[in-house]
Design a protein around this ligand. Structure first.
Ligand SMILES: Nc1ncnc2c1ncn2[C@@H]1O[C@H](COP(=O)(O)OP(=O)(O)OP(=O)(O)O)[C@@H](O)[C@H]1O
Ligand SMILES: [Mg+2]
Length: 400
């Protein structure tokens, strides 16, 4: 999409020369002879770039800089000064103008400047687009203070690229949070390697993690890179790290401290730069007390420690989560179920959710499959949610 340019100048001929020239270069051009006209156009259309004369009949051009600074799509401003007004232009640049040019305008120089500005505009559009997408796909719903604190801390840990330990009961979003950390930090475009520790055979753990040379053990016919190496520059997500064998915990800790390791059967030291995010729903402190988990590794991992609450501790997030899942499954299923009846919502809020967000998500998905109406009702929800056998007082919405 071509950028739109607004030319603001009270001298009609000068303005038209610029406007015609930019139009011939493929830009969408609008014109204004006064500040008032300029404001009107900016408010009505989305202007990407403004070529702005300093002295206008109804005021000082650069005032527009401050006025447009908080627009969601702040235009790029190129200031045009009369000869000898350079200090004014410098001032305008400090206030956020992109460039300045002196009169009489050199059209080729102007074109270069407009092109640079339009590149900034295109880049910003792309970023907004990506952000919009990310917020839909990887949205971490949570307006309780505890969730807000966790999200903020996760964002900082991502920026600083430090090790993170995520704990919390099953289905509370540990993996979602790990992916969020990857995506909100400088490693976003590098690998995210998801290691499901319980699925790895204890005897294979070392070679999975560090790789092996050919002939390192029976069956090792080729050299193979380990997950640490594959995750280089990115994030290594160790899911349910409590399943990592003790002897390997020591080797892994050493690799983290030294930022290097050797492949199984290899002698060369391999240097890596990985951010480790580990998750566990087991109580690691208890495991340490029972000598099932190494304390030194535990402290090495929890530079930042994020403990996710169970869903029953954050019931005020249920309506937002339900809204999020409706939208998610509407897109996936091509359905158009926009709401939940008040009775059904009450049931969802009163239920205790031992399976946390995963259970809520499954309940909504199932209800949407059964529902032919525009709203989900009690009848669409699983039995154990609508007729809980638990004490009814347990599940009241906390008024936090
Ligand atoms: N804040 C959230 N917003 C939207 N969806 C979420 C959120 N947290 C979790 N979910 C959804 O809930 C489900 C479970 O999340 P996830 O797999 O991250 O949980 P977990 O804590 O890793 O669970 P487990 O301990 O069982 O591995 C996923 O389907 C995920 O999409
Ligand atoms: Mg998980």
């Amino acid at each position: 999409m071509a950028a739109s340019v607004l030319v603001v100048d009270d001298e009609e001929t000068a303005r038209m020369v610029v406007a015609d020239f930019l139009q011939s270069k493929g830009y969408e051009v609008m014109e204004a002879g006064t500040l008032a006209e300029a404001r009107k156009i900016i408010n009505q259309d989305s202007t990407d770039i403004i070529i702005l004369d300093v002295r206008l009949p109804d005021g000082y051009g650069p005032h527009l800089l401050a006025e447009t600074a908080h627009l969601p799509r702040r235009p790029q401003v190129i200031i045009v000064t009369a000869h000898g007004e350079v200090s004014m232009a410098v001032e305008a640049m400090k206030n956020g103008a992109q460039d300045f040019m002196e009169k009489p305008l050199d059209l080729l120089e102007l074109e270069k400047s407009v092109k640079r500005a339009s590149e900034v505009v295109a880049m910003r559009r792309e970023l907004n687009h990506l952000r919009g997408k990310a917020s839909l796909d990887k949205f971490i719903v949570g307006k309780t203070q505890r969730m807000q604190d966790i999200i903020e801390l996760a964002r900082r840990a991502a920026e600083a690229s430090v090790s993170v330990l995520i704990t919390g009961p099953t289905g509370t979003g540990k993996e979602v949070l790990a992916r969020y950390i990857h995506e909100s930090g400088p490693r976003a475009n590098k690998p995210f390697i998801d290691v499901n520790c319980p699925a790895i055979q204890p005897t294979m753990f070392e070679s999975e993690l560090f790789g092996h040379e050919s002939g390192a053990f029976t069956g090792a016919t080729h050299r193979r890179n380990g997950l640490m190496e594959i995750a280089d520059d990115g994030v290594l997500f160790l899911d349910e790290i409590s399943s990592m064998p003790m002897d390997l915990q020591a080797k892994f800790l050493r690799a983290l401290e030294e930022r290097s390791f050797r492949r199984v059967g290899g002698t060369a030291l391999i240097k890596v730069d990985v951010q480790v995010v580990a998750a566990s729903n087991r109580n690691l402190k208890e495991m340490i007390a029972n000598h099932e988990f190494r304390e030194d590794l535990y402290y090495r991992l929890k530079v930042v420690d994020l403990d996710l609450p169970s869903l029953s501790e954050r019931k005020i997030d249920i309506p937002d989560l339900v809204g999020y899942f409706l939208q998610h499954f509407n897109m996936r299923m091509g359905a158009n179920i926009l709401d939940v009846t008040p009775k059904a919502m009450e049931a969802l809020i009163n239920y205790d959710w031992p399976g946390n967000i995963r259970e809520l998500r499954n309940a909504i998905e199932r209800a949407m499959l059964l529902c032919d109406d525009p709203a989900i009702d009690v009848g669409h929800l699983p039995r154990d949610i609508t007729s809980p056998t638990m004490l009814p007082s347990q599940g009241k919405l906390p008024l936090a």
